[in-house]
Design a protein. Sequence first.
Length: 391
Amino acid sequence: MKNFEFYLPTKVFFGKKVLRQFPKEVSGIGKKALWVFGRGSIMRNGVYDQVKEILKKAKIEYIEFGGVKANPLLSKVLEGIKVAKEEKVDFILATGGGSVIDTAKAIACGVFAEEKIWDFYERKDFPKQALPIIAVPTIAGTGSELNNISVIVNDETKVKLSMNSPWIFPKFTFLDPTFTFTVPPDYTAYGAFDAFSHVFEVFISREYKKDCLTEDLMVALMKNLMKWSKAAMYDPTNYEARANLMWASSLALCGLSKAGMGKYRFFIHALEHTLSGVYDLPHGLGLAVITYAWMKVYKKNKLLHKFFEKVLNIKVEDKISVEMGIEVFENWLRDLRLLYTLKDLKLPQEDLEYLIDKAYHILTIWQVADEYSKEEVSKVFYTAYFGESKP
């Protein structure tokens, strides 16, 4: 294995009714919170009332900041920074999905550097401090509750970028799988595939390719995500399914699944960020479309073959067995109702070249554009659109 550093300062509380531990744990970080949440789902499923009651018990004053949407916007972040500064809050409480937590992270460091907030995403600068963050996830998927990453869309330029900083690890994360019981089947699938892709992209692009403990962990995570995603979709109040899906999603991007793997690339994510950034497509859905296309284009990838063998239990011996591996993967996408082309999703064909340029721009910001040609990006996009390479 390659040398690595691993840092995970987040304290996790997992299980039913773990919010009961909230008052004791947060007592030392402040008395006033900016409470960030989405567009109403936590009111409908009862989580809002539970968190509100806990805040009351903890004697914490709070300012509500709702309305965060999927594929969260920079304009909303700037609005939140303004409120947080005006109200002089001590910490940020995020209750919702990855978009809510990502927005909370951006606000937390933006309070100290509002004018530089987009520079952090373009990697022109880096945060030097942030308010403490507490996460209460209500959907399994992004893993933002256990990592140092935030993804935001610039609503003016339609560019979707990520920021990495040790300052934005949540201080506490409360994972109650029952909070995900009311997540609809489609969003359960989107979240599960997002989590799966976090592991899959490391697996198929890593510098260190030998058998090892981290590879075994990646295999276990992907197998569990494939298994429990279907169970949770078709039996939404199955606690074991929701619990395993939630924990696997958290572990998928917390750093464990890349430890010792050396360099890796999130090429598929770069391409997908153009879809969710421009069209507001659900991130997990876009990832499923692009990943399926990537498999068709990169059939000869040896680590893809290893994925077929170790995760799908298909021994790769020839072209037929490779096609069999793709077919088994396709069946999982069908089970999750994620088997689409970009054409099926009604995206304009005339936008393809624009999307290719935009994806290449993201790869440039990530400083990996020299490793990929526009031809490669084009092949994947055209395959994602037509189901085959450029006609």
